[in-house]
Write a protein that binds this ligand. Structure first.
Ligand code: SAH
Length: 348
């Protein structure tokens, strides 16, 4: 649902809004009113490409659980579960190892909760991570969740740093520099960057990772956070929008397109360590799925379903090839103190 008319009224009445508020409002409206996934939606995600993705996640979680002594009270937790496809595929794979955790899904969209209920009927739902049980180990995964959380942008103006805002030029939303100095919010290494430089942070992602890390430290468990992102500090706006599988201007029609930003994995690894978790590593999705044995799984499925062999080979490529999702998508592994090193992360 487009919230453009409402945002225009707000900006005319009170002035530009921050990029962060713009993205938060736009995605809130976007996600609570539709199922954005699949061919008829706006974008497709790894679990929707092939069941193999969720199965490899499930194997990783089951191996962690097994290495930790098979704690019977461990729970499966997934923030932003989309249609519930990843949860269903992962839980099926885990069950083959005798790992049948209680399921806690964190989702705020009524439309998506209905879709999740079809695939994982026994789940319990939460509005936020805060109400997920605090007293037992977590087997947690989040795929393309952190990239939907609103980013804060600062822009270097002529005379110092300003918050990056969204204002109006006629009916059109445009990025503008705020009028208050923000120099104190900028890390020293960017202080003298040339005018026009933009730096981006994601307070929401940092808060989520801090909470997960604290829980892994106190409750035990393991987590995989998967998203497209980068491993080194960078400048520039990574805000982007997709609608009907095409990139569109992120400011054009808030609420009608999915807004995302690249995830800053280096910063989040630091946040996780500061929160008490072990950072097992951050690697490309292709390398991770390779280490989990996706090639063997693709062959086995192709033997069982010969008429789908071509589709399976295509999905395997799409998930793992460096020029597709294999490199840009990163997998960050986190764990509690006495948990294993994790398949894929165990080799330096
Ligand atoms: N993990 C799924 C879905 C990715 S889409 C998959 O891989 O297919 C992003 C998911 O995050 C959706 O489930 C959406 O409802 C949820 N989400 C987005 N912004 C959110 C927010 N601010 N708070 C809670 N959930 C959010």
């Amino acid at each position: 649902m487009s919230i453009a008319p409402r945002l225009r009224r707000l900006i005319r009445a009170t002035g530009p809004v921050t990029v962060q508020a713009f993205m938060a409002e736009a995605n809130m409206a976007y996600y609570t009113t539709r199922d954005p996934l699949g061919v008829t939606g706006d974008f497709i995600t790894a679990p929707e490409i092939s069941q193999m993705f969720g199965e490899m996640i499930g194997l990783w979680l089951a191996a962690m659980w097994d290495g930790a002594g098979r704690p019977a009270d461990a729970i499966y937790v997934e923030p932003g579960p989309g249609r519930g496809t990843l949860a269903a595929d992962a839980l099926r794979a885990m069950a083959r190892f005798g790992c049948t955790p209680q399921v806690h899904l964190v989702e705020s969209s009524p439309v998506l909760i209905a879709a999740q209920r079809e695939r994982v009927p026994a789940a319990q739902w939460h509005d936020t991570l805060a109400t997920v049980p605090q007293d037992r180990p977590l087997l947690l995964v989040a795929n393309e969740f952190l990239d939907a959380l609103p980013v804060r942008q600062l822009v270097r103006a002529e005379h110092g740093w300003r918050e990056r805002m969204v204002g109006l030029e006629g009916e059109r939303f445009v990025a503008v520099a705020g009028d208050r100095p923000m120099d104190a919010a900028v890390p020293a290494r960017w202080a003298d960057a040339p005018p026009g430089t933009i730096i981006e942070t994601c307070p929401g992602a940092a808060a989520v990772v801090a909470e997960i890390a604290g829980r892994l430290a106190r409750q035990g468990g393991a987590a995989l956070l998967i998203d497209y992102g980068y491993d080194q500090p960078a400048t520039g706006s990574s805000l982007q929008a997709v609608q009907g599988h095409r990139k569109v201007d992120p400011l054009a029609d808030p609420g009608a397109a999915d807004l995302t930003a690249l995830v800053d994995f280096a910063t989040l690894a630091g946040v996780a360590r500061a929160g008490g978790a072990r950072h097992l590593g951050t690697m490309g999705q292709g390398a991770f799925l390779g280490a989990m044995g996706i090639a063997a799984r693709a062959s086995a499925l192709a033997r069982a379903l010969p008429d789908r062999a071509e589709l399976l080979a295509e999905a395997h490529q799409r998930l793992t090839a460096p020029d597709q999702m294999g490199t840009l998508f990163r997998v960050m592994g986190l764990a509690g103190a006495d948990w294993p090193a994790g398949i894929g992360f165990d080799k330096p």
